[in-house]
Ligand binder design. Structure first.
Ligand code: SF4
Length: 390
């Protein structure tokens, strides 16, 4: 198939909450019409190995069913990079995930995000301009050579570039402990973007007391993100004021509810949940850790899970036959509403556009950003390969 490439999307194309919803009526329907399933399958078959379709664990069922591979954002990006025959990648996830895939794959391989409204509220809480401003203010109080910046992979390419330029690195929820331990050995303190909860929960597990952690609130109008200069000098961890809009829904009251009504339920949560929730839970861990813990659990066990609802439902369906029961920790569905914007119709339209040699919608990371982000990622791979504890 001959593909005519469009010019690259300009770098300032980010996820766009204003993108018109062309298929608003269709999106409300509970089931994908069979003819749409057939149309998507037919289009996908036409690309063969030229196309890699990546589906994040939190993606809705009617979309993730079309994925060649399911996983977390880094594993999926690495998978795409390993597919030597691939000419195109479609990421059924959110904007920063498609950026990571673009950073790791060959620059000539276009990475497509089917709906430009699929952003991440957490990543958007760490704007590069706010970070640069905070760093500048901190440089007046301390030698920033002694401050190691770490960003969670759930952040924009510009933030990854920033940490790469400043001697820092990136972490995932699986390797956060190793990365923060490494960062603490580099200097006097660390600055952690954008998820305050992952930063706090992990630092605490490493033995850093809460009183040594402060939050830099970029929304505060004062000079120091809501802190005094003494607060900052006394700190070991500066947490960015960011969170995941999905995981923040889980509360200590939800854990207490399960303890009171069903004491044999195990509570397992993602470390993007608040400190109070993680402290009350029986287990906490990354998405993969949650999946593996439940898959490996004994038959007859019950699990209340504090993470995105599509994943919770899918694990529940998978282990039901083994006599295990899985519930959402909260009494209502906590779903990633931005990722949910990737509908089967949007996927169909991206595939159709690709068939016509057009990109709907291509995510590109410019060369300079890619260079420094990849330096930060390489640093992360080196640290995790050294195996300095879990
Ligand atoms: S679940 Fe939270 S952190 Fe993950 S993509 Fe959605 S908003 Fe972002």
């Amino acid at each position: 198939m001959a593909i005519e490439f469009q010019t690259k999307a300009p770098m300032d194309v980010r996820w766009n909450p204003e993108q018109p919803i062309e298929d608003v009526e269709e999106m409300g329907k509970p089931d994908t019409p069979p003819e749409l399933v057939e149309e998507i399958s037919e289009l996908r078959r036409g690309f063969g190995k030229d196309l890699v379709l990546l589906g994040h664990h939190y993606q809705r069922d009617d979309v993730v069913r079309f994925a060649d591979k399911r996983g977390d954002s880094l594993a999926l990006s690495q998978y795409a990079a390993s597919m030597q025959d691939a000419k195109f990648v479609i990421f059924l996830g959110v904007h920063f995930m498609a950026e990571t895939a673009d950073m790791l794959t060959d620059p000539d391989v276009p990475v497509i995000l089917p709906d430009m409204r699929a952003g991440c509220t957490m990543a958007d809480m760490a704007e590069i301009d706010d970070i640069e401003e905070a760093w500048e203010k901190l440089s007046e109080l301390m030698d920033t050579e002694t401050l190691t910046p770490i960003t969670y992979i759930n952040s924009t390419a510009e933030v990854k570039e920033f940490v790469g330029r400043h001697g820092g690195t990136i972490c995932t929820s699986s390797n956060a402990k190793k990365i923060i331990r490494w960062a603490m050995e580099q200097g006097e303190r660390i600055m952690f973007f954008p998820d305050q909860h992952l930063g706090r929960n992990t630092s605490y597990e490493l033995g850093i007391p809460l009183e040594k952690m402060i939050v830099w609130n970029w929304q505060e109008e004062d000079e120091l993100g809501g802190n005094t200069s003494d607060d900052i000098r006394n700190s070991r961890v500066i947490l960015w004021h960011g969170h995941c809009s999905v995981h923040q829904h889980f509360t200590p009251a939800h854990v207490e509810h399960w303890r009171n009504t069903n004491p044999d339920v195990n509570v397992i949560v993602h470390p993007e949940c608040s400190f109070e929730v993680v402290q009350k839970a029986d287990y906490n861990g990354s998405t993969s850790a949650i999946i593996n813990t439940i898959l490996d659990a004994a038959p007859g066990t019950k699990w209340a899970v504090g993470t995105e609802n599509h994943l919770v439902q899918r694990i529940g369906n998978e282990v039901r036959e083994q006599g295990k029961e899985v519930f959402s920790l909260a009494p209502y569905a906590c779903l990633c509403s931005t990722m949910f914007r990737i509908s089967p119709w949007a996927l169909r339209d991206s595939l159709k556009a690709l068939q016509e040699g057009k990109f709907r919608f291509r995510i590109t990371v410019d060369e300079e950003t890619r260079k420094w982000s990849n330096i930060a990622l390489e640093r992360m791979f080196e640290i995790t390969a050294k195996g300095n504890g879990s």
